[in-house]
Design a protein around this ligand. Structure first.
Ligand code: VG1
Ligand code: CO
Length: 560
């Protein structure tokens, strides 16, 4: 076959490209759209995959990379550009229909089709004014810390970008469209047995409402819940849109994030009490908020439910000797309470509860059975967090037990107790403020014994991640940990997904055997203590969003 002409563009003044953060690199549209920025970024990734595929002698057929993502502005053109760079560097390309794929579907397709990796174009929960790119490896997992480091070195050393003509490359059948929706739906069918579920759904007359948030979820939800499960379901905002919903009334871009601030319509549907199951998924469908019958389930709680019913997806068949139940360290420790129960449930396996840093790559590399507080949960069948998997699993449990989400959760809490949890933030634009916060938190140990709000600071320090398989420190200072009196714990860390300014995420949690208290009553104390701690340490900025108003609260205070 005739070879295509490769054009090389010399990069005289390379951009200083940042290392990928919690999940890929997120920058504003403006940054990604600078001349040759995307090109330099992708050329670096191409060099990285070349290194891997040459060094590790991966067979010639593995010189293939899948490219797709969420529908945000500019992604379609970016996919073409990316394909022509990868093509010029010797790779064949697989593209999803319309360029749209969820992150978990990409993860699964990479492994299923046995390719070298994937480039996922998504800034996930960030609004359409941001652009993001994630890189996943041949096992389907997000690039780990070491790989990210290497990619970044290569990106910043790019001397020239190679390109070929996209259309001519496509004519040579080097670009193939794949039906990623079907590939992914087949996996869920294998895990859950859709035929069986379909019959049970029909028998029980299950109704659903699902909010696709104008992201990549629409085609997946349609195929799974409507076509395959034949469910009576309302799909809200299911058409993938470039603006992911556009702006709110105040002129701020909407975040495609399954959080109370952004799912008003679904909340209304749920509070009608008419829907057995409801769910919202973020723009790349790796996170979810599930519920039903006027009830929403918090992430860590839902994972506890999944652990209890893990036999329904036959997880023990996937693990030889040990099963890791992971949670990121800042996530409510609900799963930890279940250790004796899980040991009894799986007597022939060694059960370990693992705390990881934030970012699903840490959980993925351990086999991917874990949870993050930010509405991400994984399953051991693929190597990403997965929103629709979660919704299907909840549905499966409901069908098996005939119980509502609230009843299922109340059983868990009655058996194991409840970890009350909330996530807040301190954010701003100034780097000096961020540095000051770092200093304050680093020095918190000196304030042990002092009273803040109504609570006494009992200990303060930071948490390092010791890798359970290597035994060495894999991530230093992954969170600050402040323990206050009466079992109140606050953790904090800087967000790694923003495209400007800083955001310190603040996580409050407290265990109680009693489960039916209004959540805000418990978390309020911690919020006041942390605010007071910042004030007394001389921090001028403001904290916000601990009010729990934007989070599920199963037992609201009765209005007088
Ligand atoms: C946030 C979440 C984290 C999640 C990450 C990527 O990161 O807190 O739990 O893994 O987003 O999710 P950060 O660094 O802003 O706290 V996704 O679905 O937006 O790619
Ligand atoms: Co996401």
């Amino acid at each position: 076959m005739k070879k295509l002409k490769v054009q090389s563009h010399a990069i005289k003044k390379p951009y200083k490209i940042k290392k990928m953060g919690t999940s890929g690199l997120r920058e504003t549209q403006h940054v990604y759209n600078q001349p040759m920025f995307l090109e330099q970024f992708i050329q670096g990734i191409a060099l990285f995959f070349k290194e891997l595929t040459d060094d590790r002698e991966i067979a010639e057929k593995n010189k293939t990379i899948i490219v797709a993502g969420d529908p945000r502005e500019g992604n379609r053109e970016r996919i073409r550009r990316i394909a022509s760079i990868l093509g010029a560097n010797g790779f064949d390309i697989l593209i999803a229909k319309d360029g749209i794929a969820s992150t978990p579907a990409m993860s699964h397709a990479i492994r299923q089709l046995n390719v070298a990796g994937g480039i996922i174009l998504t800034a996930s929960h960030n609004p359409f004014t941001d652009v993001g790119i994630k890189v996943n490896m041949s096992d389907g997992a997000p690039a780990n810390d070491r790989d990210i480091q290497r990619i970044n070195e290569l990106q910043n050393k790019v001397k020239s970008v190679h390109l070929i003509d996209y259309d001519r490359f496509a004519e040579m059948e080097k670009i193939t469209e794949i039906d990623i929706v079907a590939i992914y739906a087949d996996l869920l069918d294998k895990i859950f047995d859709f035929d069986e579920m379909k019959n049970a759904i029909e028998k029980n007359g299950i109704r659903g409402a699902f909010d696709c948030m104008y992201g990549a979820a629409g085609p997946f939800a349609e195929e799974i819940f409507i076509n395959r499960l034949n469910m009576d379901a309302d799909l809200l905002r299911s058409e993938p849109r470039e603006d992911l919903g556009g702006y709110d009334k105040k002129g701020n871009p909407l975040h495609p994030e399954p959080d109370f601030d952004y799912i008003g319509l679904l909340k209304e549907h749920n509070s009608s009490g008419e829907y057995d199951i409801v769910s919202a998924w973020d723009s790349d469908v790796d996170r979810r908020l599930d519920g039903g019958k006027d009830f929403f389930i918090e992430s860590a709680d839902e994972f506890a439910l999944f652990a209890k019913y893990s036999h329904l997806i036959n997880i023990s068949a996937l693990y030889r000797e040990k099963i890791f139940f992971c949670r990121s360290t800042v996530t409510a420790a609900t799963i930890d309470l279940m250790l004796p129960f899980l040991q009894e449930k799986y007597p022939s396996k060694s059960i370990q509860i693992i705390e990881t840093p934030t970012g699903f790559k840490w959980i993925a590399e351990l086999g991917n059975w874990g949870v993050e507080e930010s509405n991400g949960v994984g399953n051991p069948y693929l190597r990403e967090k997965d929103g629709i998997f979660s919704t299907c699993f909840l549905l499966k449990i409901m069908l098996e037990t005939g119980k509502t989400p609230r009843q299922l959760m109340e059983e868990i809490w009655a058996q194991f107790g409840r970890v009350y949890f909330t996530r807040g933030e301190v954010s701003g634009a100034r780097a000096t403020e961020a540095r000051q916060l770092t200093k304050i938190l680093d020095n918190a140990g000196k304030l042990v014994g002092k009273k803040f709000g109504g609570l006494v600071l009992e200990s303060a320090g930071s948490w390092d991640y010791i890798h359970p398989e290597t035994g060495s420190i894999a991530s230093k200072k992954a969170a600050w940990v402040l323990k206050f009196s009466q079992g109140n714990t606050i953790k904090a860390r800087f967000s790694g997904t923003g495209s400007g300014g800083y955001m310190l995420r603040v996580y409050c949690s407290k265990y109680d055997k009693k489960f039916n208290l209004p959540k805000s009553e418990i978390t309020k104390q911690m919020k006041s203590a942390f605010d007071d701690f910042l004030k007394k340490s001389g921090f001028p900025g403001k904290s916000r969003q601990y009010t729990d108003k934007n989070q599920p609260d199963a037992y609201k205070k009765k209005k007088k």
